[in-house]
Design a protein around this ligand. Structure first.
Ligand SMILES: CC(C)(COP(=O)(O)OP(=O)(O)OC[C@H]1O[C@@H](n2cnc3c(N)ncnc32)[C@H](O)[C@@H]1OP(=O)(O)O)[C@@H](O)C(=O)NCCC(=O)NCCS
Length: 181
């Protein structure tokens, strides 16, 4: 059976933070990459841990993809529509897990009335987010110590008509005309 068919997506808890850090480390250091070994080491020198890591994760909603009770990927949504994390274990990349996680993020964003999702996408993530409907808004180079990494800022407008309000704060009423048979 395909990996994605055996994968369940749920919201993460603080108990998942260690596993999440390992997924991030493996994805960057051991997955296919368009960055050099030095760039990857500078990006994630070791699995993240500590108070700053916990505080950063606590401040957003994180979805984890679970396979045989193991975390094989995660994606997160911060309050301003920012997708802070998107990482998949190397063995599960290219198997549909990215799309499953993204669908959970977009659904949550729509339920929260978020109009725009945005992300800083790595060179590997850019085609995956483009497939989900994101467009490039900026090309950037960021410094990690002595290493410079290229990445893209991307965005997707998600329209939620149900939460639209007119200027008097009244719900938007859509009037449609249908022809009787
Ligand atoms: C970036 C990352 C999260 C993407 O996950 P992934 O599992 O490799 O993503 P996929 O290859 O399944 O791509 C997702 C979708 O985009 C499509 N896609 C990917 N590359 C594509 C390309 N070059 N052209 C067309 N479509 C492409 C895939 O076909 C897939 O669509 P599908 O669901 O219809 O099959 C993962 O590779 C990873 O963890 N990389 C290392 C860390 C990293 O860079 N994280 C991102 C930080 S922003």
């Amino acid at each position: 059976m395909q990996i994605v068919n055996r994968t369940a997506v749920r919201e993460a808890t603080a108990d998942d933070y260690g596993a999440i850090a390992d997924v991030m480390f493996n994805a960057v250091r051991h997955g296919r990459s368009e960055y050099t070994e030095e760039q990857r080491r500078a990006w994630v020198p070791q699995p993240r841990s500590g108070c700053d890591w916990v505080a950063r994760l606590d401040s957003q909603t994180i979805f984890v993809a679970m396979n045989s009770k193991r975390v094989i990927g995660f994606m997160s949504l911060a309050a301003n529509g920012y997708i802070d994390f998107a990482y998949i274990q190397p063995f599960a990349q290219g198997t549909g897990v990215f799309r499953r996680l993204y669908q959970s993020i977009e659904k949550l964003a729509q339920n929260n009335g978020v109009a725009r999702l945005w992300v800083h996408a790595s060179l590997m993530a850019q085609p995956a987010f483009a497939t989900m409907g994101f467009a490039i808004t900026k090309r950037e180079v960021i410094d990690f110590g002595e290493q410079c990494l290229a990445r893209f800022e991307m965005e997707k407008r998600i329209i939620n008509l149900c939460s639209c309000k007119c200027e008097h704060n009244e719900p938007l009423i859509l009037i449609t005309q249908s022809r009787g048979n």
